[in-house]
Design a protein around this ligand. Structure first.
Ligand SMILES: [Zn+2]
Length: 246
C-alpha cells in the first residue's frame, strides 16, 4: 500500500479518492490552509474511510489566525475529527494568494512565527502530530518545532527539497521528511539528500488534489535507493501509521 501524507483534496474528491484506491494509495491525509478549507478537510474525511483530516492555517495566511479560529479548531479536534495539525509553518520566500496568484510579498515574519507557535502548542496540547511547510533559509522552523516540544508528539517537514545537512538535523531530532511531487516536478530534489534520509523517517506526498500521483514519488525514490516502488510504499505507509499512532 502507498500513502499520501499531505494533499489538498478538492471539489472532485470522489473521483480522486477512487483513483487513488485503484492505485493502492490507501491512506490519504488532506490538509486545510485556512479555517474554511480545514472545515472542508474534515467534511471530506468524514466521507471516505481512507481519508483523514488535518487542520491548520498556512503561513501564507498567517494573519488570519486568531482566538476565534483557534476556538473552532479546538472544537473540531475535540470532536475527534482531526488526525494532525497542518498545513502550518513558515514561508519567507513568497506566497500564493487565495486567487492562486504568486506574489513575492510575505506575511510579516513575526506574525508567521506567532501563528506557527500557537498551532504547534495546539497540536502539543492534544498530542497530535504536525505536518509542516518550511521555506526559510535556515533551521528556524526545526528549532521552533523542537523548542515547543512537538518532536515528542510527531513532526514532519513536508515537500522536502533541502540538503544533506538539513536531513542530518532532522535525523538528530527525529523529524520525518516527506518527499513530494512538486519538488520532483521542479527538479529540486538532490539525490544525495534523498539517499541520506533514514528509511524510518521517510514519507511520501503529492501536495495536490490527486493522491494517486504519489506513486511517481515512490518510483523516483526507488530508483535512487535501489528498492522497488512497492517496498517504498510499504515502508512509508508503516512510517505514517507510526506517526499517527494508527
Ligand atoms: Zn500543501
Amino acid at each position: 500500500m502507498f500513502s499520501d501524507c499531505h494533499c489538498h483534496l478538492g471539489e472532485d474528491a470522489e473521483s480522486a479518492v477512487e483513483e487513488a484506491l485503484k492505485a493502492d494509495v490507501g491512506l490519504i491525509l488532506t490538509a486545510g490552509i485556512d479555517l474554511e478549507s480545514s472545515r472542508r478537510a474534515v467534511e471530506i474525511a468524514d466521507r471516505f474511510e481512507a481519508v483523514r483530516a488535518c487542520i491548520g492555517v498556512h503561513p501564507w495566511y498567517a494573519d488570519e489566525y486568531d482566538v476565534e479560529v483557534e476556538h473552532l479548531f479546538r472544537k473540531l479536534i475535540e470532536e475527534g475529527k482531526v488526525i494532525a495539525v497542518s498545513e502550518i509553518g513558515l514561508d519567507y520566500v513568497g506566497r500564493m494568494t487565495k486567487d492562486w496568484v504568486y506574489e513575492e510579498r510575505i506575511i510579516d515574519k513575526k506574525i508567521q512565527r506567532e501563528t506557527f507557535k500557537a498551532q504547534l502548542r495546539l497540536a502539543r496540547e492534544f498530542e497530535l502530530p504536525v505536518i509542516v511547510h518550511d521555506r526559510t533559509p535556515s533551521f528556524e522552523t526545526l528549532e521552533l518545532i523542537e523548542g515547543e516540544g512537538n518532536v515528542e508528539t510527531g513532526a514532519v517537514i513536508h515537500g522536502f527539497s533541502r540538503d544533506v545537512e538539513y536531513v542530518e538535523r532532522c535525523e538528530d531530532l527525529g523529524i520525518y521528511l516527506s518527499i513530494g511531487v512538486r519538488p520532483l516536478n521542479r527538479g529540486e530534489l538532490t539525490p544525495d539528500a534523498i539517499r541520506r534520509i533514514p528509511l524510518e523517517l521517510l514519507l511520501t506526498e503529492t501536495d495536490s488534489a490527486q493522491p494517486r500521483d504519489v506513486l511517481r514519488v515512490a518510483e523516483h525514490i526507488a530508483t535512487l535507493i535501489d528498492m522497488r516502488p512497492r517496498e517504498i510504499g510499504e515502508k512509508t505507509t508503516r512510517n505514517l501509521r507510526r506517526l499517527l499512532r494508527l
